[in-house]
Design a protein. Structure first.
Lengths: 566, 566
């Protein structure tokens, strides 16, 4: 019931009933039907019915008897479509004519109960595991109550080309189930049962497949069929809402809706500074060459700048320790961006402001970070100060650490709401666990975000960081090493022994604690980290020769040093 | 350092240094060497050195330069053996003679530094991925400083037969790395990096492989090389101790040490009963037909019996709610059993007792449950009462829920310390997550244990249960349904709609809420559950016709009802 309520609240108008859920449910089928109707939900499909077709005659009788019982349950539920999965039993016979004959018989019996049969090729079916093979058998059986069910996972996980769907008459596609998945090299049954996710959260081209299904003339529901260990543990409300968001995003991409306002850069990053008197954050920014260039007209917020890098320190934010609380994005159309976010069910934030303040449009990211869509007007809130030029030129990227349950949701959020494109996904060793990481960027690289989840033991806090683009990391390091050596994260000499075995690098990197990476095309990456303040630290990065990554190979070194010094 | 200390404390006398650990370590190689020496640890191996052999001449020069740097680090570390993994690079050339020639060159350079090279076939090596292939190349190279390294995972994950190891002269096996793993159908690289476990915790025959290595004449160290996401998150001390336990168990099985005292049955199960005045647990046992047949001479402990099923209710145990705190096992040799447990590093528990009490030998299981090894003398502690005959005849099995980090440890504990054999492993859906489950039993089925881990959302308590063997579950259910209907877990009617579609079963099962399973050989299982009291519930089980399972298909129904009523 909890699931039905969450599904209805998210705005769906129909559900599949998965048999296992019904079996464990204390309500009778009639009560489930009534409850669904009260919630405005139709029961579009009952599933699964397994191992029916292509069996020896003595098994067929038992299978038909089993089906009769299910038709009765379906009548009580008010469901008129039954999903039949291709037989996986070793006892199944590889004979298409036999399969077609027995499915025709099943369809005849079903018709007597007003039920229709949707036959689906499981990716691991014994003899039938390709969607076109299932369609061939359905056509051979030639019964009006028999059609096929298409499931994007079963089609795309085998690498089948979905364009063949356009060979199927739309009215013979009885049902469409959508699921995305990350590309994983593993047994397809395990992959399906544990790692499915919502469209847009994985690596499959759901829009392309759905376009083919619509081109075939299908007019039925788009249904999400997702099995995922993490989703199972998450709240049903939140999961249902995220599923609806994925369908809206899919629909928008099918309608050719392009993102109205992909951000053109970072306007600012805002840190909670609960103890400004200590000068910890301000001192750190000063040391990095920032200057306090403005003070908010009506709030306890300071603007610190260097080049195009702008950091707000907010003494009024609700936070027990320094933490990243908001990100401002330069938006060509703030109003359009927030409207687009709203259409994708993102919570648009109310903005309390003083009468003279410039209005700012903001939405909440899955982890609660506020995302502001800004034009340049926002700077008018701040009394102007001197502009500061220095080696730091802007914000290169922002890295957020998500709770485990929000990782897939965050990927979809940044992709659909902000219009960023997924880049690399990584798993990095951490001394106390594993760090999963997904990078996303605007097409021109002007905005880069990294979303992490830390699967670590208890008591290890998730860090966030702001990476600042820098013209000359070595120069900054040289100055800080002389003036404020305690501000830089120390890098072990062993790291440089290895680095120097791999590349001919300037020995000064070792003295300064600057890390180094090189890509296959000779692009170079120089970076360094500050120590952590509260939940936050800064990274200085210098990209040379078109380097597009994030120095991921060096992150385990950083994590080990941070754990050791935390 | 934390790792080295834990390793030394667990009694190891040497370590492999994994390069990533060193790179992130603030200590210099000399300091690591000194610290290891202080702890009594030799550095047996430095690893890995990757993608060296079978390369074009222009790459070779760079690789040799890289190796020279590593030899220097090894001299500083005091390590004289370097692991070279077979090349995985697409640039590698499939030419054994080239590989041998380049490895000989590497061995010559190594010899100048007093270093030896152990060449290993990675299971996913580009051209060399079988251990006999690596040995062929080593023999071809024919250099005294070049030998092979054997890794049980790389050998057994590919299904290679380890008996071929006996073709390798012992002195050319420079190193042996041991890791077990569960059988998983997935990409071997992912399998290796995330799911390795200690010998005896997975499905590989480590004893057979090690026996072949010893028969070949190998006299070097047995080294554990395990990559495991869960171990990463666990405490280093506990993991090191568990690793040592796995080696001791392996050694015992190689020495033909058989378990001195496999338990012959359950003597008792002990429940904490923090509020005996409420009569909740006593009332439940009464309703199930138990009688209070004894009271402990000196402690607030009651003995409740029916047939051979004995439950102790302990009002003095430290527990906030009813919970399973101890298990008594009938042992043919309690002293031998506890000595054996001690040899496997299990904590032997001190037993505070009154002067007149019978001494009892006990050890702590990984989750803290106390395991007592009993002969019949323990009953002398209890003032005798009437013996009770009834449909319940004994304890069929006990199911414990483990913290995630202790699951593999528990499997090894029950296997090595108690001499139980692993049976089925399962993953079951739970409304709020997934339940992983592993069953173990004495060879004759007299003792069965089920170890679960619940990967569920926060706030859902792990349950434990005692399954009671019963002659006639239907009769007990009939009586309870009439007298104490609230004691039985209600089973949804939908479950029976499905059951009756699959089997011809007595319609009374539905009325009584008795669950049913049938195995492939026609063996039958009838069972029911009581409601949960504190962390504990009871199951009544009736095995018919040699049924050996646990009704796993019905567990999701039970879990759903328990969650709904909790």
């Amino acid at each position: 019931m909890e699931k039905l309520e969450a599904i209805a609240a998210a705005g769906f108008d129909g559900v599949e009933i998965f048999e296992n859920d019904l079996l464990a449910c204390p309500l009778s089928p009639e009560e489930v039907r009534a409850r669904a109707a009260d919630l405005g939900l139709g029961i579009d499909l009952y599933q699964p019915f397994r191992d029916f077709e292509s069996v020896p005659p003595e098994v067929l009788a038992g299978n038909l008897r089993r089906a009769e019982r299910k038709f009765q349950v379906m009548e009580r539920l008010g469901a008129d479509l039954l999903l039949v999965c291709s037989n996986v039993s070793p006892a199944a016979i590889g004979d298409d004519e036999l399969a077609a004959e027995q499915l025709r018989l099943l369809a005849e019996r079903a018709a007597e109960h007003g039920v229709r049969i949707a036959y689906e090729a499981l990716a691991w079916g014994r003899h039938v595991n390709e969607y076109l093979h299932a369609w061939r058998i359905v056509r051979m059986a030639d019964h009006p109550s028999l059609g096929t069910c298409l499931d994007s996972f079963h089609i795309l996980s085998r690498g089948s080309d979905p364009i063949g769907i356009e060979a199927i008459p739309g009215e013979k596609i009885f049902f469409l189930q959508l699921a995305d998945a990350p590309l994983l090299a593993m047994d397809v049954l395990q992959w399906s049962r544990h790692y499915r996710c919502f469209p847009g959260q994985g690596n499959f081209d759901l829009a392309g497949l759905t376009a083919s299904v619509l081109r075939a003339g299908y007019a039925g529901p788009l249904s999400l069929e997702v099995f995922n260990d993490v989703f199972r543990q998450a709240s049903a409300e939140r999961t249902a809402l995220d599923g609806m968001r994925s369908l809206i995003a899919l629909e928008q991409s099918l309608d050719g809706v392009t993102h109205p306002a992909v951000p053109a850069g970072f306007a600012f990053a805002e840190l909670a500074d609960p103890d400004p008197g200590s000068g910890t954050l301000g001192g750190l920014l000063s040391a990095l060459g920032f200057a306090r260039t403005g003070v908010h007209a009506s709030k306890p917020v300071e603007l610190w700048s260097q080049g195009e890098a702008r950091i707000l320190l907010n003494a009024g934010a609700e936070a027990g320790e320094p933490a990243l609380v908001a990100i401002g994005l330069d938006s060509p159309d703030p109003g359009g961006a927030v409207k687009h976010a709203g259409s994708l069910l993102s919570p648009v934030l109310p903005r309390e402001r003083a009468p003279e303040d410039v209005p700012l449009d903001a939405v909440a990211a899955p982890d609660g970070t506020e995302i502001f869509f800004c034009d340049t007007a926002w700077l008018a809130d701040f009394t102007p100060g001197t502009l500061v030029a220095g080696p730091i030129t802007g914000i290169d990227h922002v890295a957020l650490t998500q709770p485990l349950h929000y990782f897939d949701e965050a990927a979809l959020f940044y992709r659909s709401v902000l219009g960023l494109r997924p880049q690399e996904s990584l798993e990095l060793p951490d001394p106390y666990g594993l760090l999963r990481s997904k990078a996303m960027s605007a097409p021109d690289g002007a905005v880069r975000m990294v979303v992490n989840i830390a699967q670590v033991g208890a008591g290890h806090l998730p860090w966030q960081h702001i990476a600042l683009a820098c013209d000359d990391v070595v120069a900054v390091a040289r100055r800080l090493r002389a003036e404020r050596p305690g501000l830089l994260l120390p890098i072990p000499g062993n790291y440089y022994d290895d680095l120097e075995a791999r590349y001919e690098v300037d020995p000064e990197l070792r003295r300064l604690g600057v890390l180094y990476d090189r890509d296959a095309d000779g692009g170079e990456f120089l970076h360094l980290y500050t120590v952590t303040v509260g939940r936050v630290f800064f990274e200085l990065v210098q990209r040379v020769g078109g380097y597009q990554g994030y120095g991921a190979g060096n992150a385990p070194i950083r994590l080990a040093v941070q754990h050791a010094s935390g």
